[in-house]
Write a protein of this length. Structure first.
Length: 347
């Protein structure tokens, strides 16, 4: 890298600022001078100041940056069923869309030291190493929304191009198999999805295995036989739901990182899968590991620094193996202690 990489920092709401501070602290101690962080208001805290979850200024700063690192957005303060009120989540959806980040990668790996922290039986989850590839800028999240006093609707739509490009990302990431998730027995969008994925497979990735799994069945298989999955390819809503479910294989959603990519040359967005956890915000007990692992994904996918990324990931694994347990993992380590424990393995 020539000069420091510019990273737009969106701490957001709830525990967001705490886990982001932990990741920045770790990064600055581990590779000083490589990354420069520029914080921006985003989410509920932005609504409080300017009435919108993402201002033009924040979006411009993200577009101009080399990568975006995000904490979490939302909280009870901004929860409302009023269709006209601003919502923190609009910032997140707007940012993903504006940056063209149609591919969301969510790796889920059973960590050996933690197999007993999962609510699932150790013998079921041991060896799980899967990647959820979630389509991020289409489907029901972005279709037309209608709301009257007595009626509401959300439109789900997908084009052939949208399915093709996310399918290519999934096949390219697979080692052996892609499990494509749909509800083709009911939904028209799913039938198109299935057809397009089948064609991309046949034409471009025939050496890999492809299976189609109905989403309800996939939800069941994820907890009964998670080790059989390699890459799970899913549309936006199904991927959202299945990735939270898959998180429990690691014992806690507090461990799951994600990368949103898709716009060559533009910045990627890196964020933990967990939300803003308002119930523990400010207690100093948030688990920073998902954000630290998202930082690692930023190093890898945003800057090609596989060396830095794998060093951070190994440090997290070593700290856990040495006994690090935050409260979500049944221990009592604070955010600060968890960060220090990872750092101790790194430098
Ligand atoms: C996620 C979150 C978001 C989503 C919310 C906060 C809008 O659940 O990143 O998984 O549904 O995409
Ligand atoms: Mg989610």
């Amino acid at each position: 890298m020539s000069g420091a990489a510019q990273v737009a920092l969106l701490p957001g709401d709830g525990i967001g600022p705490e886990v982001i501070a932990a990741a920045v602290q770790l990064c600055e101690a581990f590779c000083p001078g490589d990354y420069e962080f520029e914080p921006q208001l985003f989410g509920g805290c932005s609504i409080d100041v300017s009435g919108v979850a993402m201002t033009d200024e924040t979006l411009a700063a993200c577009r101009a940056a080399d990568a975006v690192l995000l904490g979490a957005v939302g909280g009870p303060k901004w929860d409302t069923t009023d269709a006209d009120a601003p919502r923190p989540e609009q910032g997140l959806l707007g940012l993903r869309k504006a940056l063209g980040l149609y591919a969301n990668l969510r790796p889920v790996k059973a960590i050996e030291a933690l197999v007993d922290a999962s609510p699932l039986r150790a013998e079921r989850i041991t060896g799980t190493d899967l990647l959820v590839v979630r389509e991020l800028t289409g489907g029901i999240y972005f279709g037309e929304k209608v709301r009257t006093d007595r009626f509401a609707s959300d439109l789900c739509q997908y084009s052939v191009e949208e399915v093709e490009r996310i399918a290519r990302i999934a096949f390219s990431a697979a080692r052996s198999k892609v499990s494509s998730i749909d509800k083709a027995n009911v939904l028209e969008t799913s039938r198109l999805w299935r057809e397009v994925v089948t064609r991309v497979h046949k034409d471009e990735f025939a050496d890999l295995e492809l299976e189609h799994v109905l989403v309800d069945n996939a939800a069941m298989q994820l907890v009964s036989m998670p080790t059989q999955f390699d890459v799970i390819l899913a549309e936006n809503l199904f991927g959202d739901i299945l990735s939270d479910e898959a998180a429990m294989i690691t014992g806690s959603i507090g461990l799951l990182p994600s990368a949103s990519i898709g716009n060559p040359g533009g910045p990627g967005l890196f964020e933990p899968v967990h939300g803003s956890a308002p119930d523990i915000a400010g207690t100093g007990l948030a688990n920073p590991l998902a954000t630290i692992l998202s930082l690692a994904m930023m190093m890898r996918h945003g800057f090609g620094r596989e060396d830095q990324a794998s060093a951070v990931e190994s440090a997290v694994a070593s700290a856990l193996a040495a006994g690090l347990r935050t409260t979500d993992l049944g221990g009592n380590a604070t955010t600060e202690e968890a960060t220090a424990a990872v750092l101790a393995e790194l430098v």
